[in-house]
Design a protein around this ligand. Structure first.
Ligand code: MN
Length: 502
């Protein structure tokens, strides 16, 4: 069965506390959602500001394959604003729960019902496709909710939506009211679930299994408070967890990860590492037992292949590591210890882990180097020289000289600070050789006072999505940062070289 995905990243998602997008950012996200294959893009709430109306108008003019709709309260002004933005599809709503009627709208149930049907009639008279939401449906009196859905259907609504506005539903309750809504309206039903109790995706799935044919979702599950049902999770659950019924969506699953990263970078909200499907750790393995299983057959500890959502699996060493995983990681760098060497390496790794330290790949290689005592681990990138200048009334500026595999390079660049300027200069140089980007940067002070040691952690990635984190400790923040980047770059380029040789 084909399930429609109604993406509200640009409307409910933008209502995430602290998030505000410019029209051009909204257009960029809309294009990406269209490419991903969502059925509907809820572009915004045009009545709230001129910029918002402008953004909705721009998205409407993009000629996207996805349908575009916008939000309106149940009144003429709001609906007119949707028409003025050149849309032909409105998502209109009014609250129907007693809590909202009494404390927000100060309206009786009958008044709310009249407003709802009048709004639907008006929107139809303006030629719009109408999706009607009974806000706070899951805390609305069940009989009254049925009455509302029946009457707005009678007034000409094209679709009904059940918003679980404060995430109050359970899967069985949303199933019940989905059946009610279908019966009362005879229309296609959507569910709009919030994640206040971590049930947004489960509730959406329950609504669909009860007959809803559409779900409202957002990228990374962003949205008001704890957010909305996540597009990544719901679309993959529909695709992969098929038991009785086969579900399909229009989503190109291989684009899920890049879309998640894209939206997260524009919106400025990072995804939690343990988030399903798109979190950093979703396809990462450290424990020896799991790593061993994965190396034999990924299906042992992965429900789906990471490629399906445009990702790669990664293995890591730490105190839970085992021989197989450690050997596999070292092999990626062309390092092949004997069994005895490997067990020495592993015990050093576990010692570090027991002290509560993260073991980066760079450290693993240094340990291997120590244990194996040979010089088989090359430094491809060497720092030949480096200076920065910064101050007040001047733009921070850096000069970097590198030796990459015997060739000399130099680069200069500006930045928002000396570290940024140095990174930019390094990037300028490495772009010419292997297109590295600095993904994350973390700075911590180890001891107090102005003589403190600092610890810099960076994650360097290449265009294929391979990334490596490296950690360096030193006295000078800028120099330590530059050394961390170069150490990451070294390992990444070495890994790449080894992969190509194989
Ligand atoms: Mn909502």
């Amino acid at each position: 069965m084909r399930i429609r995905l109604f993406d509200t990243t640009l409307r409910d998602g933008e209502q995430t506390p602290g998030v505000s997008l410019s029209p051009s950012q909204k257009v960029a996200i809309a294009r990406k959602l269209d490419e991903l294959g969502v059925d509907v893009i809820e572009a915004g709430f045009p009545i709230i500001s001129t910029g918002e109306a402008e953004a909705v108008r721009l998205i409407a003019g993009e000629g996207l394959n996805s349908e575009v709709c916008a939000l309106a309260r149940s009144n003429k002004k709001d609906i007119d604003a949707v028409c003025d933005a050149n849309l032909s599809y409105v998502h209109t709503f009014i609250a129907t729960s007693d809590i909202h009627l009494e404390h927000k709208l100060r309206m009786s149930r009958e008044e709310a019902l009249t407003r709802a049907t009048e709004a639907v009639t008006y929107a139809k008279s303006r030629g719009l496709h109408v999706e009607f939401s009974a806000e706070d449906a899951t805390r609305t009196d069940r009989e009254f909710l049925q009455k509302v859905f029946g009457e707005v259907a009678g007034a000409g609504a094209d679709r009904i939506d059940i918003p679980d506005t404060v995430g109050y539903a359970t899967p069985s309750y949303i199933s019940d009211i989905t059946r009610d809504a279908i019966q009362a309206s005879g229309l296609p039903v959507s569910v709009h679930c919030h994640n206040d109790f971590g049930l947004a995706v489960a509730n959406s799935l329950a609504g669909i299994e009860a007959g809803a044919t559409c779900a409202h979702v957002t990228i990374n599950g962003i949205g008001e408070r704890a957010g909305n049902a996540s597009l990544e999770e719901l679309s993959m659950a529909l695709k992969c967890l098929q038991h009785d019924v086969q579900y399909e969506t229009g989503i190109k699953s291989e684009m899920i990860y890049e879309t998640s990263r894209f939206v997260s970078s524009i919106i400025g909200i990072t995804v939690q590492p343990n988030k399903a499907i798109v979190g950093d750790n979703a396809f990462g393995h450290e424990s020896g037992i799991h790593t061993h299983g994965i190396l034999n057959n990924p299906l042992t500890y992965e429900p789906i292949g990471p490629e399906l959502v445009g990702r790669k699996r990664w293995l890591k060493v730490g105190k839970h590591a085992g021989m197989h995983g450690t050997r596999a990681i070292l092999a990626e760098y062309g390092i092949h210890p004997t069994d005895e060497q490997l067990s020495h390496i592993l015990s050093r790794v576990k010692e570090m882990g027991d002290m509560g330290n993260m073991v980066t790949e760079v450290e693993l290689i240094s340990i291997a180097n120590d244990v194996m005592g040979d010089d088989n681990i090359k430094d491809l990138v060497k720092l030949d020289g480096f200076s920065v200048s910064t101050g007040i009334g001047t733009m921070p500026y850096a000069f970097v000289r590198l030796n990459i595999n015997g060739k000399k390079y130099s680069g200069t660049d500006f930045g928002v600070g000396p570290v940024d300027a140095a990174f930019n200069a390094i990037q300028k140089i490495t772009d010419a050789t292997s297109e590295l980007v600095i993904k994350d940067y973390g700075l911590a002070s180890i001891s107090g006072g102005s003589q403190a040691l600092c610890e810099v952690t960076v994650r360097v990635a290449d265009t294929s999505g391979q990334s490596i984190s490296s950690k360096t400790v030193g006295k000078d923040i800028v120099t330590t940062s530059v050394r961390a980047v170069i150490s990451g770059a070294n390992r990444l380029m070495l890994k790449k070289m080894m992969t190509q040789e194989r």
